[in-house]
Design a protein around this ligand. Structure first.
Ligand SMILES: [Zn+2]
Length: 262
């Protein structure tokens, strides 16, 4: 916990104030009981009324998108996420020492996905929690960092009942633009705890002759419009290999094995 006070000398005092102000505006939006006006095709007003139901709660995130920051330090990333002109954010940031920074309430929409697609979902930010891992894109992730991440994922999975298959990479939802988290990210360690699916370590059954790998990528969620990018993202995440987009026997068999879990 950062434990910021209102002290004006604190580097994040201004962004904290801005957060509270924006949250107040959203609270007003939630309380509003005004109904829209509607018109028919001839421009005549259609009657409408507001009647508040008593049965509701907040919408919940159903996906977790994992990123690496591609920056040099937690401080640099905190600065990016608290500066308006960057127009990017995430719900959480995990430091190399395992410390977890929360930047946004889970129920609010962070700006971490950008233009992205997974299955038929085109507004990933609206349905997901974004988690940034402090990593420059080259160095290995630290043990403390992964321990912190696992604790955070456990909490999110339990609170929002997020299915195992819905813990995915930024590169999975934006394969043409993104490569994060980089190839050293320990997806298998996560999958062992129920965060993400992975092909079996030992694959005993080869893909059948009529297996269609492009369809399988789509079933898993990939947008295959840029097929080479989707194949590279698949290999990075599910084979732990940063390589070209050629279909190898290993890739096909692993994809078939994974596809059967969906
Ligand atoms: Zn990212």
């Amino acid at each position: 916990m950062l434990g910021f006070s209102a002290c004006a000398s604190h580097p994040y005092a201004l962004s904290q104030r801005s957060y509270r102000k924006q949250a107040r505006v959203f609270a007003q939006t939630l309380r509003s009981q005004t109904v829209q006006s509607f018109t028919d095709s001839s421009g005549r007003a259609i009657p409408s009324a507001w009647v508040g139901t008593v049965n509701f709660n907040l919408r919940k995130p159903n996906y977790v998108i994992i990123h690496h920051t591609a920056q040099q330090s937690v401080e640099q990333t905190l600065k990016t996420f608290t500066t308006e002109k960057s127009q990017v954010s995430a719900h959480y940031l995990v430091g190399k020492d395992g410390k977890i920074y929360q930047l946004l309430n889970d129920y609010l929409r962070a700006w971490h996905g950008g233009v992205s697609k997974w299955g038929n979902i085109t507004d990933i930010n609206s349905v997901s929690i974004g988690i940034e891992i402090d990593n420059n894109g080259l160095d290995p992730f630290t043990e403390e960092q992964i321990a912190g991440l696992l604790a955070l994922l456990g909490q999110l999975k339990m609170t929002y009942n997020i299915p195992a298959a819905n813990f995915i990479a930024h590169a999975d939802i934006a394969p043409s633009r993104k490569v994060d988290p980089q190839v050293l990210f320990p997806w298998r360690k996560l999958a062992e705890r129920g965060f993400g699916l992975m092909p079996d370590t030992l694959i005993v059954e080869s893909a059948p002759a009529d297996f269609n790998p492009i369809q399988a990528l789509r079933v898993i969620g990939y947008d295959t419009k840029d097929l080479p990018a989707a194949i590279r993202a698949f290999k990075r995440h599910f084979l732990g290999k940063e390589e070209n987009a050629d279909w190898t026997a290993e890739a096909i068999d692993a994809l078939y094995n994974l596809y059967c879990k969906y």
